[in-house]
Write a protein that binds this ligand. Structure first.
Ligand code: ZN
Length: 415
């Protein structure tokens, strides 16, 4: 990060002199094709270069508007990237609504990334990286946790949360380069990983995880969604389909295996109404346990059968429309994990710590299965023999090749 300072002391916002306790960071982008810092930050300090129109924001009301942000990221005169802090970080900015309106101004530090024509890959990479580093720095300064919902948000997300005006930035830009606010947050988290914040817990290996990964992947879900489901199932049951909720083992007098066998052979008859969580998703409520039991019976499977439970879970999920729609279009592990937690599993504790914990498990599965799957591409060594002008000769030659063991040999026709 190349952090410099030029406080906008002439701006009416600075002169208003109000302070905040920073609760988060709002990321903006300028919405105009001009990557040069000097367009917004001035006067020239020898690095910025001269703004010949003198229309930078270090004036009472830039362009007649009541606007001011805490930092700009863009190009110096020599083309290198820098961050300029333009307000004290705990000053109340005017960034997400005009003047005094917009409650995001009361809580969030604002950073504004200078847009270019939105197509330059190397410029985007550089300012995106600079912005993640600035956010990691601010998170440390103000003890902010980027994994907590609402701490680091884009302007467009601020609008969705009802704390900012209706702007699209930077959501119209990041996806053009394969990024999103979700990737941004997780990149900031990575930067902070070694700086004192608790590291996310990862799941310990369990015998069923690969089969569950493959089963759910087979349903057509992407890796973020599959990981998000699995992190939650791990938190519920440790991915053990015969898991009887621990607190009920004593009161019911059963082990996992004993309970499962007793339900299967009919000697235990209170499965539906005993209020004990059971199985991969720790199904607890009577109507869901009834449905699970009916499903197992119809399939002729044990109540503890893993594949049966996964199929049941899949069937259940179809009724959770919002969760399914998030899963089908998931763009991050955290997004999928949070959706399953708050929309499907709905445990008593849905707070940030629970979210963080489950997202950590989910990320563990993602890292384990996506990386091992994608990092070993198959190599092919192709041999092309030549061309025959008579089709019958080509076929005769192919027959010889195949006879010698090259089962993949084929003829490419061009007639
Ligand atoms: Zn904005």
């Amino acid at each position: 990060m190349n952090l410099r300072k030029l406080i906008f002391t002439n701006n009416a916002c600075y002169k208003a002199g109000r302070t905040i306790i920073p609760k988060g960071i709002m990321v903006h982008s300028t919405g105009a094709n001009n990557p040069n810092l000097r367009r917004y930050v001035g006067p020239d300090d020898g690095l910025l270069g001269k703004n010949q129109y003198n229309n930078h924001w270090n004036q009472d009301k830039p362009g007649g508007r009541q606007v001011c942000v805490h930092a700009f990221i863009g190009k110096l005169a020599d083309g290198s990237i820098a961050t300029y802090q333009t307000l004290p970080w705990n000053h109340r900015g005017w960034h997400c609504a005009s003047g005094s309106k917009g409650s995001g101004n009361d809580t969030h530090i604002s950073i504004e990334i200078c847009e270019d024509a939105l197509t330059d890959v190397s410029y985007f990479k550089a300012v995106y990286k600079e912005a993640t580093e600035l956010c990691a720095y601010l998170c440390k300064e103000y003890k902010l946790d980027p994994a907590v919902d609402g701490v680091i948000i884009g302007h467009f997300e601020g609008h969705k949360r009802g704390i900012a005006s209706n702007h699209a930035d930077p959501g119209h830009w990041f996806p053009k380069h394969g990024k999103s606010m979700d990737t941004f947050r997780s990149d900031v988290q990575k930067l902070l990983a070694d700086s004192g914040l608790p590291k996310p817990e990862t799941p310990t290996s369990t015998p069923n995880e690969e089969a569950i990964w493959n089963h759910l992947t087979g349903k057509g879900l992407n890796a973020f969604a599959v990981a998000g489901i699995m992190g939650n199932l791990y938190a519920e049951s440790g991915l053990k389909p015969t898991n009887l909720q621990n607190s009920y083992e004593k009161s019911l007098g059963y082990t996992d295996a004993g309970y499962t066998a007793a339900v299967d052979n009919g000697s235990y008859t209170n499965f539906v109404k005993d209020r004990a969580g059971y199985g991969l998703a720790q199904w607890t409520f009577w109507s869901r346990k009834q449905a699970l039991l009916d499903f197992a019976k119809a399939a002729g499977k044990s109540i503890g059968d893993m594949t049966m439970q996964l199929d049941f879970l899949w069937k259940e999920l179809q009724a959770y429309k919002a969760v399914m729609s998030t899963l089908k279009s998931a763009t991050s592990v955290k997004q999928a994990s949070d959706a399953v937690l708050t929309g499907y599993e709905k445990p008593a504790d849905q707070g940030d710590t629970a979210k963080r914990k489950r997202a950590g498990y989910s990320q563990g599965y993602y890292d384990k299965y996506v990386k091992t799957v994608t990092s070993t591409p198959k190599k092919h060594y192709c041999i092309q023999v030549g061309a025959f002008s008579v089709k019958a000769n080509a076929e005769a030659f192919l027959a010889k090749v195949k006879a010698s063991g090259f089962t993949d040999a084929f003829i490419k026709y061009s007639e």
